[in-house]
Design a binder for this molecule. Structure first.
Ligand code: ADP
Ligand code: ASP
Ligand code: MG
Length: 814
């Protein structure tokens, strides 16, 4: 004999019930017990309706109507017309009793557990009856049997305890005597010794099926549901979760105990002793392999088999000096909880014996606090024990696997993965079987925790990076295009799944939790909501994705000021905006420290020399123990362009104008021409070499007349250039006479930095610098005479975008 159980979704409507019929028909021709749940959602509606009735709220009647409609709809769709009236009248008379029971609750204004079980049992009683009539009408050799006549329990309504002796005897007798091939049974329901309806706990139809399978010595228990087996994590929360094809009873029990709802935890117990295999299959994809649960598995070569989580948990801690070394406190504590029928999901005790901490369901917490405080009143009054401390709204996340005991370092890996993602761990427990390591975390962090643990333990190869990009102008749009083009390469070759989740310009912002389609980001952004930097941050924080990266492609100081918020939430920051690193030294230090403390890289390679690997090289030199003695550099693409094109045949004004028009200068050209931009860059290099320096300390030998520097509009600035043309021509002439070229040079030596225009003689490394190229010479202890030189295009949207890209990849490898 075989037992098949179909869950709520599998029997939610006529179409699904037809699928169930096909599965049953194509099953073996041996005797089958088919256990069914209530039609999907009906149990919840019944419980809600009862709640409303007991609150004397008239709306309960609409719940009742809904229940009636759902059942009648199924009958009309599945049962041939000539059979319908008998079945309809039976169902209606059951619904009349249900109505009377609800009316009773309405009139008295009360629910009792006994009444609740009586009412909720109608879900399974009706579904199983209707399905059995449908099967018969379809010519199957089927019969209905009321599980309440087979499964006998005590009268702990809501989650009754099974009397296996009576139940096993009843089942044996029934299945031996009834010769139909298919036996349809309602799941979830049972009856007490004195004949009242009881239930086996929410999700309990799985348990019904297991009880019947064990009692009737079935060869197999099939659980048919709406997923293709037991997954490495809840597939609704972790998209990458995979089906575990073979798992042990203990592993399955542990996973379900910690929240893998696909199997009701007590289900394993009855079949375990008889070693009846369980298979979990998908009603909507019956050809999928599913999960086989048996006694021994080889663990599939894996240590961690699954990650599960239970929500709505509170931590209850009892602590105080009076607990140390005194035997019996734990015993009293647990006894007190047990007498109140409060089940403890997780236990930790500090090794100092100074505190005991347990995880219990949120709904039990008020009762628990009251009863524990009462039980330890004497000790609390004498300050030997503090009043119980409670923390609510938590979730337990557990790693489960039979082979975990023989592997070291799993908990370390678990904690560091959570730590890197800024998930705070409130408590830790490891079962004595070492089959399970559990942590208690905040509810808001669950999705992130599950996904980052899943990535760590099951997707060793692929890492997901979630980008939030602010600024999609020249550089930002190029950057998005580069990511679009390289997406496949990144995945295939670097095992990085780079997704852009949010984008913003100064007008609008848009988010897509599944990743914005980068072919359409402009349209998506166009339809976005009004841009707001604070709301943008709030959204990034609220989404709470693992490996989140904030990318700043703006030149805004407001955006730069928001970096600490990102870093403090373990969100990495990549920026081409120089403001943060070149303003106050304390801000620069703070950002570096936050990055370290919160394990979130803060990268700004493009602040100096666009895409050239200048800062990264400097970091590597320093990390390997080198020391920078001197830096000499030409760092302004704009000024290079200007001085490479300026001569005695053109005017300085026209060249600067051209540079501005071709996008080689900032919109305000004085930022480049005054040397401020170069000062910022050498400042950053000096700081990155380990020096404490501020921009005011940098000497700037300005070549622009003060009058030009003081102008307050672009027009006035260009006018003043015209006026001083002679002076510029004089600079050119002096250089030409000395067989030199004019270059705007930055220098750092002996703790001092300066920038200014210099005449560079032939043969010097800077002499042949073309176009907008940058060059940096690092004189270090290892490169004392012949410096390390980095040279190449140091300006332009494309190379800047690729520099940002390189920082993103660095984070991917972090
Ligand atoms: P049924 O009504 O068929 O009994 P349930 O809703 O009780 O179905 O259980 C199936 C659901 O369990 C899935 O839809 C899924 O959301 C949830 N679930 C939680 N954890 C897991 C897991 N590790 N593997 C598979 N499903 C899981
Ligand atoms: N119908 C019950 C519930 O929803 C039992 C089950 O489906 O397993 O909890
Ligand atoms: Mg279920």
């Amino acid at each position: 004999m075989k037992v098949l159980k179909f869950g709520g979704t599998s029997v939610a409507n006529p179409e699904n019930i037809n699928k169930v019929k096909s599965i049953v028909q194509s099953s073996s021709k041996e005797k089958l017990a088919v256990v069914v749940s209530a039609f999907g959602g009906i149990t919840d509606i019944l419980l809600n309706t009862l709640q409303q009735a007991s609150e004397q709220d008239d709306v309960y009647k609409s719940g009742l109507e809904q229940i009636e409609q759902r059942h009648i709809e199924v009958i009309k769709a599945l049962i041939p017309v000539h059979n319908q009236s008998a079945i309809l009248s039976k169902v209606k008379s059951a619904l009349n009793i249900l109505e009377t029971l609800l009316e009773g609750s309405f009139l008295i204004g009360e629910i009792t557990p006994k009444l609740s079980d009586k009412i909720v049992s109608y879900g399974e009683l009706l579904s199983s009856y209707i399905i059995s009539e449908f099967f018969k009408a379809e010519g199957l050799d089927a019969t209905f049997n009321d599980s309440r006549e087979l499964i006998i329990t005590d009268n702990s309504y809501g989650k009754a305890i099974v009397n296996f002796e009576k139940t096993n005897a009843n089942c044996k007798e029934y299945f031996e005597s009834d010769q139909h091939q298919i036996h349809i049974l309602p799941g979830f329901v049972a009856s007490s010794n004195d004949g009242n309806s009881t239930t086996l706990g929410r999700g309990g139809s799985d348990y019904t099926a297991a009880i019947v399978a064990a009692a009737a010595d079935a060869t197999l228990l099939e659980i048919w549901t709406d997923v293709s087996g037991m997954y490495t994590a809840n597939p609704r929360l972790v998209k990458q979760a995979k089906c575990v094809t073979h798992i042990s009873y203990e592993e399955a029990m542990e996973l379900s105990h910690f929240g893998a709802k696909v199997l009701y935890p007590p289900t394993i117990q009855p079949v375990l002793g008889k070693e009846i295999p369980i298979v979990i299959k998908n009603t909507f994809s019956p050809d999928d392999e599913g999960t086989l649960i048996t006694k021994n598995t080889n663990g599939g070569g894996k240590t961690v088999r699954g990650i599960s989580h239970v929500g709505n948990i509170s931590l209850l801690s009892l602590e105080g000096p009076g607990m140390i070394g005194i035997p019996g406190i734990s015993k009293r504590f647990f006894e007190t909880l047990s007498l109140e029928n409060i089940s403890v999901v997780l236990i930790t005790q500090a090794s100092s014996e100074h505190s005991i901490c347990v995880g219990i369901a949120d709904e039990d917490v008020d009762r628990a606090v009251e009863t524990v405080n009462e039980a330890f009143e004497y000790e609390m009054a004498r300050k030997k024990i503090k009043p119980v401390i409670v923390e609510k709204d938590l979730t337990i996340v557990a790693l489960v696997g039979d082979n975990m005991k023989s592997h070291q370092g799993l908990s370390g890996k678990m904690f560091s993965t959570l730590g890197k993602n800024n998930v705070n761990i409130r408590a830790i427990a490891q079962g004595a079987s070492e089959r399970n390591i559990s942590v208690v975390i905040k509810k808001a962090d669950v999705k992130k925790a599950l996904n980052s643990l899943h990535e760590e333990f099951f997707e060793e190869n692929i890492k997901q990076l979630n980008l939030f990009v602010m600024g999609v102008g020249n550089v930002g749009s190029k950057f998005l295009n580069q990511i679009r083009q390289q997406k496949k390469y990144l995945k295939d070759e670097l095992q990085l799944n780079v997704r852009v989740i949010g984008i913003s310009n100064s007008r609008t912002m848009a988010f897509d939790e599944n990743g914005i389609d980068l072919n359409e980001w402009e349209a998506v952004l166009g339809k976005g909501e009004k841009a707001d930097k604070e709301n943008f941050f709030d959204k990034v924080n609220e989404l709470n994705y693992r490996n989140s990266v904030f990318v700043d492609n703006t030149a805004s100081d407001e955006v730069a000021n928001s970096y600490p918020n990102y870093l403090k939430n373990s969100i990495s920051v990549v920026t081409c905006n120089k403001i943060a690193c070149s303003s106050d030294y304390t801000l620069y230090r703070e950002l570096k420290q936050l990055a370290k403390k919160y394990n979130a890289p803060f990268l700004f390679e493009t602040n100096v020399g666009a895409g050239l690997p200048i800062i990264d090289t400097l970091k590597n030199l320093i990390a390997s123990g080198d020391k920078v003695n001197k830096i000499q550099a030409v760092l302004s693409g704009s000024l290079n362009f200007v001085f490479n094109n300026f001569n005695d045949e053109v005017t300085f004004h026209d060249v600067v104008k051209q540079a501005q028009e071709e996008g080689y200068t900032e919109p305000d050209p004085t930022i480049d021409l005054s040397g401020i931009d170069v000062m910022r860059k050498i400042l950053i290099l000096a700081r990155e070499s380990g020096n404490q320096l501020d921009i005011e300390q940098i000497e700037n030998e300005a070549f622009l007349p003060q009058e030009s520097l003081d102008t307050n509009s672009n027009e006035a600035f260009f006018e003043s250039l015209k006026k001083h043309e002679n002076g510029f021509q004089e600079l050119f002439k002096q250089a030409k006479d000395a067989d030199s070229k004019l270059k705007y040079v930055a220098q750092f030596e002996n703790g001092k930095a300066k920038v200014g225009l210099q005449k560079i003689p032939k043969g010097h490394d800077f002499y042949n610098l073309e176009g907008s190229d940058n060059i940096v010479l690092f004189f270090t202890e290892r490169y004392p005479n012949q410096p390390m030189i980095i040279k190449g295009a140091g300006a332009g949207a494309d190379v800047t975008a690729s520099g940002i890209f390189a920082d993103i990849i660095r984070i991917g490898n972090f």
